[in-house]
Design a protein around this ligand. Sequence first.
Ligand SMILES: [Zn+2]
Length: 75
Amino acid sequence: MDHATVDGEEYREVVARYRGSVVVAKIRNGGLMVCPVCGKYYFSSEKDLILHIISHAKQELYRYTDNGQDKQHKQ
Ligand SMILES: [Zn+2]
């Protein structure tokens, strides 16, 4: 783990694992892991963090599916 200070606040990095997925997330002073994709959401468990990141991945995937293209054509 790396220790660093950003804007006077200590940052640590943690490697979160859940069912074979590995994610590196930053930890705030309060001990909560920050979503590395959007930086908007905080999690206390590795499972919740990774499930949240998977939801980001599904949104990206949806853009390249046939359904996503059909939806764009209708707009
Ligand atoms: Zn996020």
